[in-house]
Design a protein around this ligand. Structure first.
Ligand SMILES: [Zn+2]
Length: 250
């Protein structure tokens, strides 16, 4: 899909249930207010209805406030949800996985910033649980899209990352699936598979989980990548907005 500033990606199945898009390298999304204004316009909301987070690689999920955001101080969290179409949820990434969720029944939506640390802490299942708590969302009604992010091809990690996953309670079989090992090489983390499996374990149908399968590090001309560009890397936004005006009480 084409935005005024360049190409954006959409997940076609998810588009049936929620307005959303993933930006690519054609916007940097740092200080430029023009870029943020353009993003808001494309999302169909005023600039002050974009709901961003102070992302900290944790597992906290917050509910987005509605209305004027003059009192909205970006909370330290990595997941955000709403059922109100007047706001657009935003997470920013550059190698971490952006995960967008939509409830096909109630119209509630969520945006999650899932790097390896938050994936280790099971942030996506936490978002599924919170959608259930807030709006009675059933996992079987959810659809998920995992956007461009670090692929296994470029997911080299230290052994301490595998140890951290083990300490967090992930079993041996999961670690064997999520960390690919070639003889004499360090483990390569499959961020997409880990999140897909956590979604399925949480009750989301396998055919409702859509993975872009595009590695940010492999395509630095198309995407921003922290591993490719370092601390000066631009950021990509994953944006989602509920389509429903009214959400039935569960
Ligand atoms: Zn790659």
């Amino acid at each position: 899909m084409q935005a005024p500033w360049g190409a954006v990606l959409v997940c076609r199945p998810l588009q049936s249930y929620a307005e959303h898009f993933f930006t690519a390298a054609s916007v940097v999304l740092r200080e430029s207010q023009d870029e943020w204004n353009g993003l808001a316009a494309f999302a169909g909301v005023p600039r002050d209805r974009l709901r961003l987070l102070n992302q900290v690689h944790g597992r906290s999920i917050v509910k987005a406030p509605v209305g004027d955001d003059s009192m909205w101080i970006r909370p330290a969290a990595d997941g955000i949800l709403t059922a109100d179409p007047s706001v657009a949820l935003v997470v920013r990434v550059a190698d971490c996985a952006p995960v967008l969720l939509a409830d096909r029944r109630t119209g509630a939506v969520a945006a999650v910033h899932a790097g390896w640390r938050s994936t280790m802490q099971r942030i996506v299942p936490a978002a599924v649980e919170r959608l259930a708590a807030e709006w009675g969302s059933k996992p079987a009604d959810l659809m998920a899209a995992i956007g461009p992010s670090l692929g296994t091809c470029c997911g080299e990690m230290g052994e301490e990352v595998v140890d951290a996953f083990r300490s967090a309670g992930h079993d041996r079989a999961a670690l064997d699936r999520w960390f690919i090992r070639a003889p004499g090489k360090r483990p390569y983390f499959d961020l997409w598979r880990a999140n897909r499996e956590q979604l399925e374990d949480a009750g989301v149908a396998a055919d409702a989980v859509h993975v872009a399968g595009l590695c940010t590090r492999t395509h630095p001309e198309i995407f921003h990548s922290y591993r490719a560009a370092g601390a000066g890397a631009g950021r990509m936004a994953a944006v989602i907005r509920s389509r429903r005006r009214r959400v039935p009480v569960a």
